[in-house]
Design a protein. Structure first.
Length: 575
């Protein structure tokens, strides 16, 4: 045995670690002393014993980083010591000392868990290096174990955060889905009252509130009044009002910021409406339009105990959608009211204008009757111009009255069985004089399949006259117009074809819009109110039919309408 130097115990750079504990097991006292001196000088904590039984007791009850054991020992042998040491601590490093080494012995020792083996006589330098390597292996093994433990803890923490995030995503997804469904529900109606009732129902559902109110600004009093509620009787909420800046509600509309109030019973100066409703907590958010605060949505008493900031966020998002829906409903109802007033005004004015025009028409007819008045040719021409323009004015007034009745669904139909060929023949005959002015010929073809239908003969004739007049208006001189009619067991179809300049595809959708003129310039050749096609469309649809056009530039136009052969409950109108 030779000694080539001493080795310091392995430690991490810049750190101090506990001294490694080493157990030396050998029945030769001189060997034990040699190892004790060597290892003590290197700073290790050393224990020893001279038999296998004591060695097993020590490794079982104590903590050793490294065991240096002879294979041949009194009692049990070194292989048993290896097994006991590894059973006590699988990371314990065991180096076997043997004087009778063989390949079989070495393999058997390594199988039992030995780190290495040295043979007698041994070199102290090589032995020290083997011990150092063994302790480094143990240290690395323990460090690896520590890192694995930390990694497992980190994984556990990561899984916990992942679960938290997953729950948050699920809640957010559920919230957005609920908001989407709420938005759809709010937008289903343009009725203001229905919209507000849906808003309070959705607000209560999304925030788990026991009751909910919606306040809107009243311009006549400059106050905010409750207009809809859930969980509060109508007679209880209709009297609830507040002013800007007054109480919690007034603060919300003034600052345009939401407010969450808990323990209302303990709040000094709480609004009387909370006491009237016996509310203990409130969540108030503003209904904000692009220009001002329309009012508030107020949720009272959370079903689960207390409102949260999540409830506030959800209600704010709902309020954004609700404000748009309520604004649209208000505008729609105002538009309906203005439309009603306009229709009434048009009807009254048209009726009042009609009376004096009728008198003028009668007077002109009397003046032009040669039985009573012999007039010079220039005066007769002037009277003729006056009569033509009077007829035109009466036609315009009739169009406006019909359009007003169609808009208000007051246009009556006198339904009776009619012969399609007779109605169309009368319409063609009535308008031939207008066609003659441009030398336009009208060809009428009625197939025997057209037969009879149940309809209003005057209104069907009006539609045919409108389409014929429109065709004459846009037909070149000395051209022709073709009228076709055919039918099947369900319906009849009438088409009026002209050979005029046609209509561009981009303009087809404008044809049936009220007051629409494709040529709206001040120099347009064709006159009229632009109501003829709109009135025709209304009459056809009131009969349960449809009207359409096919046209192309420089190829003429074909206007067609179809009417059901028999009336049904779904499309009948009272006379």
């Amino acid at each position: 045995m030779t000694e080539r130097g001493t080795m310091a115990p392995p430690t991490a750079a810049g750190t101090e670690s506990p001294r490694a504990r080493i157990l030396v097991v050998d029945d030769e006292i001189q060997v034990v002393h040699i190892f004790r001196d060597l290892l003590t000088q290197q700073g290790y904590e050393v224990e020893d014993c001279d038999n296998g039984d004591d060695a097993i007791l020590k490794v079982t009850t104590g903590k050793f980083d490294l065991v240096l054991t002879d294979i041949n020992l009194p009692g049990v042998d070194g292989l048993e010591v290896i097994r006991a040491a590894k059973a006590a601590d699988k990371d314990t490093c065991v180096i076997l000392i043997t004087g009778y080494a063989s390949t079989t012995t070495a393999i058997d020792a390594l199988r039992q868990g030995a780190y290495d083996y040295i043979t007698k006589p041994f070199d102290l330098w090589e032995t020290a290096k083997a011990i150092e390597r063994g302790l480094e292996t143990r240290m690395l093994s323990r460090e690896n174990q520590r890192l694995l433990t930390e990694l497992a803890a980190a994984n556990t923490e990561l899984q916990r955060h992942e679960e938290i995030l997953k729950r948050k995503v699920e809640r957010a997804t559920h919230r957005m889905a609920s908001l989407y469904e709420a938005g759809k529900a709010i937008s289903t109606s343009l009725s203001l009252q229905s919209t507000m009732e849906v808003v309070v129902a959705q607000a209560a559902r999304l925030t788990a509130s026991r009751s909910c109110l919606l306040f809107l600004h009243d311009a006549s009093t400059d106050e905010y009044g409750a207009e809809a509620a859930l969980g509060v009787p109508r007679e209880a909420y209709q009297a609830l009002r507040f002013a800007m800046g007054s109480g919690y509600h007034g603060q919300v509309v003034q600052t345009d910021k939401p407010l969450l109030v808990e323990d209302l019973h303990g709040k000094v100066g709480a609004e009387p409406l909370f006491a009237a409703l016996k509310a203990t907590s409130a969540l108030i958010v503003p209904l904000r339009s692009s220009e001002s605060v329309l009012g508030t949505i107020t949720c009272l008493d959370h079903d689960g105990g207390a409102f949260t900031t999540e409830d506030m966020d959800v209600l704010m998002m709902l309020a954004s959608q609700a404000a748009i829906a309520i604004t649209n409903a208000i505008l729609y109802e105002r538009t309906k009211e203005l439309d009603r007033l306009k229709s009434e005004f048009v009807a009254v004015v048209s009726h009042e204008v009609r009376t004096p025009i009728t008198s003028i028409k009668g007077s002109l007819e009397l003046l032009s009757d040669e039985r009573f008045h012999k007039l010079p040719a220039p005066q007769r021409e002037l009277l003729s111009i006056c009569q033509a323009n009077t007829e035109r004015l009466i036609s315009l007034i009739n169009d406006i009255l019909d359009f007003s009745k169609l808009e208000s669904s007051k246009l009556s139909l006198n339904i009776e069985p009619i012969d399609v060929d007779k109605v169309l023949a009368e319409a063609v005959e009535n308008i031939r004089s207008l066609a003659a002015q441009k030398e336009v010929t009208i060809d009428l073809t009625v197939d025997t399949s057209a037969g009879q239908i149940e309809a209003d003969p005057m209104r069907v004739g009006q539609v045919a006259t409108n389409l014929l007049g429109n065709a004459i208006k846009f037909s070149p001189e000395k051209s022709r117009i073709e009228v076709f009619a055919s039918g099947d067991p369900e319906k009849i179809t009438v088409s009026v074809k002209d050979y005029g300049r046609g209509i561009a595809q981009r303009d087809l959708n404008r044809l049936f819009q009220r007051f629409a003129q494709l040529d709206s310039s001040t120099t347009r050749k064709a006159g009229g109110t632009g109501l003829g096609l709109v009135i025709s469309k209304g009459i056809v649809e009131q009969h349960g039919g449809s009207i359409w056009v096919e046209s192309a530039l420089n190829e003429g136009s074909t206007f067609s309408f179809a009417l059901p052969r028999f009336r049904t409950d779904g499309n009948s109108q009272p006379a």
